[in-house]
Write a protein that binds this ligand. Structure first.
Ligand code: COA
Length: 423
């Protein structure tokens, strides 16, 4: 424990569902003492959502709340408010992702928190940023993906499936939590210089938009040029650009390197028998070698990225023909020898059982008091001097008495709090 960089940072974790909990979980992995404050009797709604085992905390909760302590506290009751005030006085950070205005309605405005502890960093996730014309909206993941530009630019650009499309990756939730974690650490470093805490806010819309930066790039290029050469619509379906909004790009590379999902052996029955193949500009010669097409290296129709673009579908068809009798793993093994950027499309099942991920701690098995053990995703950030160890999520209120005792409450006072149902 002692060598973890965030040891000594005490965090009041007033978060729920995914965006906030993902943030505080990461800080807990790196050593912060994260005290999750939950409503007595109910707790975070994800404890009971999508349960796989009756009456046991759902994986939704356990996979987002590891390494934390849990106390129950009704912060709408005066006795509960008094406990929260004490906690605020003794903590470094309060993180919350309630609906807009909930913390203020509870009586814990920024001004009040500053009075209680001027060093406090107060970090919030909301759907939209302060002052935004939608600032009053409650927001979940997919709402944010739509509001942040991800949905309008994801999916197919033609045919009956041409509708804005949601990504399975939690761009609105966990992504916002990761942004917020950076904000919190920045505010903690700022506090070392000024001695003062500050408010840190990250809206889900902004966090999604930040990941859609390249699509904003494309909008401006489209406005000035009128078409986007690297999109699959160019040059055969130029009408896709006529609306002058960035069109959905299907499975295109999205950057300077064209790419596509290609079928491998077994695709007819296996929904994930595909690879992603990137035609990296300077890897063109190795691609020609790998495909047994050396003549393409010097053919003016194929030699440069610009020359290749009108033939890109045919190039992908040629690669697909080359790998049609190879599994996705065999195909990647061939291309990796030529230094070509590619990967198999991996299913969740394959990832869960991936030996490399288990070895690196990216997927870990965690013992849990009531579930037995469960698999979860460990720290995606690796350090040379820190190996984050994932411990089980807390049971509801598991640490109430412990935390109250640390705050100086006597056994009799704790019993009174229990009687008043404030904890
Ligand atoms: N004791 C007493 N009251 C508590 C409490 C506690 N320990 N913890 C929460 N509450 C109360 C809040 O004060 C609030 O009361 P109020 O509305 O009467 O003022 C109430 O619980 C509901 O909180 P809210 O956060 O609005 O819950 P919700 O279930 O209606 O909405 C969200 C859920 C996620 C839509 C909403 O919290 C939200 O928009 N959050 C910001 C964006 C976000 O993070 N979304 C993604 C989640 S992954």
């Amino acid at each position: 424990m002692s060598n973890k960089p965030l040891n000594g940072i005490k965090i009041i974790d007033f978060t729920h569902v995914q965006a906030g909990p993902a943030c505080t979980q990461m800080l807990a992995w790196f050593g912060a003492d994260v005290i999750k404050v939950e409503r007595p009797g109910a707790g975070d709604v994800t404890r009971s959502q999508l349960r796989d085992i009756p009456n046991v905390d759902a994986l939704y909760f356990t996979m987002l709340n590891s390494n934390k302590r849990s106390i129950t506290l009704d912060t709408k009751k005066p006795e509960g408010k008094a406990v929260l005030e004490k906690l605020i006085r003794e903590s470094d950070v309060l993180v919350e992702n309630f609906g807009p205005g909930a913390l203020d309605r509870m009586g814990f405005t920024w001004e009040r928190i500053q009075e209680l502890n001027p060093k406090m960093v107060v970090a919030s996730v909301k759907g939209f940023s302060e002052g935004h014309h939608y600032e009053d909206l409650k927001v979940y993941e997919n709402v944010a993906q739509c509001a942040g530009g991800a949905a309008s630019t994801t999916g197919w650009w033609k045919g009956e499936n041409s509708v804005p499309t949601i990504s399975a990756a939690a761009l609105g939730d966990s992504n916002t939590g990761m942004h917020l974690a950076i904000g919190i650490l920045t505010a903690i470093i700022g506090r070392q210089q000024t001695g003062k805490g500050q408010k840190v806010a990250c809206s889900m819309q902004d966090a999604v938009l930040n990941l859609c930066r390249v699509k904003m790039r494309d909008q401006q290029r489209l406005d000035s040029v009128g078409y986007l050469e690297e999109y699959p619509q160019y040059p055969h379906e130029m009408e896709a650009f006529k609306d002058k909004v960035v069109p959905r790009g299907g499975n295109a590379g999205g950057g300077g390197q064209p790419g596509w999902i290609l079928k491998c052996k077994g695709w007819q029955t296996d929904p994930n028998a595909y690879i992603y193949f990137t035609v990296q500009g300077h890897a063109w010669d190795p691609i020609c070698d790998a495909l047994g097409k050396p003549e393409w290296k010097t053919d003016p129709d194929y030699m440069t990225p610009k020359a290749r673009q009108p033939h890109i579908d045919q190039i992908f068809a040629t690669i697909e023909d080359f790998i049609k009798d190879k599994t996705k793993f065999e195909a990647v093994d061939i291309f990796r020898k030529h230094d070509i950027p590619c990967a198999p499309v991996l299913s969740m099942k394959e990832l869960l059982h991936d030996e490399s991920l288990r070895k690196s701690g990216s997927i870990v098995e965690v013992p849990h008091k009531e579930r037995g053990s469960y698999w979860t995703i460990g720290s995606p950030i690796k350090f040379s001097d820190l190996k984050p160890e994932v411990t089980a999520s807390p049971l509801l209120g598991e640490h109430t008495e412990q935390v109250l005792a640390e705050l100086g409450y006597t056994k009799a006072q704790i019993d009174n709090l229990k009687e008043s149902k404030a904890v």
